[in-house]
Design a protein around this ligand. Sequence first.
Ligand code: ATP
Ligand code: FE2
Length: 327
Amino acid sequence: MISLGIESTAHTFGIGIVDDSKKILANVKRMYTTEEGGLIPAKLAEHHVTVCGDVLHEALTEACITIKDVGIVAFSQSPGIGNSLRIGMQAARTLALTHNKPLVGVNHCIAHLEMGRALTSAKDPVLLYASGANTQIIAYDTGKYRIFGETLDLGVGNFLDAFARDLGLGFPGGPHVEKLALASSNLIELPYVVKGMDISLSGIFTNLRGKIKTGKFAPADLCYSAQETVFAMLCEVTERALAHTGKTEVVFGGGVGCNIRLQEMVSRMCAERGAVAYCPPNQFLVDNGAMIAWLGLIEYNAGVMENPDTVQIKPYLRTDQVDVVWR
Ligand code: ATP
Ligand code: FE2
């Protein structure tokens, strides 16, 4: 059985094609970008509509199949920006209706976790999901993927992007901050805010903005210190989730997971407590259609399906509201 998955929760429009042996036949994406990095929902929708045909054609060509070979069509149904989600849903719905294929709507955050399980040896991991908009620590417990900790304000990626913008670095900011941080080992004290299992980044952002304005701090020192501080916060809440659940595996999800320093810090924390950290390749850490196709396939095999005539997007559905009937 071949599954075609459409991702469109935010700035990425992606189509992935996978089969039930976990083989990834195609993973094509286009990202909407602006000079400043801000997203205008109407423009985003326009972008997704414009690239949809090309991405579909490219994905089918890459997979060496035609739409007739596709068994099911999956799409990201939640959570995300309404304008953006709607385009992916319409594309999936049209394919399902015109080619008479089953339609499956999936949760984007859970797709990151299931992709991590599919691509690594992790069996029952804690997911450190650190992307632009999202920062959550997620793990399975009694029928649901529960959120054990999350950011109370900014997502880590958005924090890095905004901080990088203040420094005059390009967008997306995460990779620029990572590169500049390598040139320093001078740790400047910054607010460290862990509240129970949650983190908060707005205070550290304001503090950094103030420091940048004084012109007295070397950008490399600020990048190094921001990474060390914020990644230590992520390690602490991830470790708390491991301790609380008794699990012994961590998988990364989200674009910030591409950061080598974050990977090093989490791996070290895991090793010190007899756990293991697994990291999928970068193209599956960032938003991608393959993970949507994969979760769609798992859910379909467990009997989950949408009625294409009445299907809706669910922009505000949280990870822990989904019944995990496939585990
Ligand atoms: P979401 O998954 O919440 O819809 P998104 O689409 O913004 O959000 P991703 O595509 O997973 O998320 O990741 C984008 C983010 O990852 C950006 O904020 C970017 O700065 C960050 N990022 C990418 N590479 C790195 C890196 N090497 N180090 C740190 N951050 C990075
Ligand atoms: Fe994501």
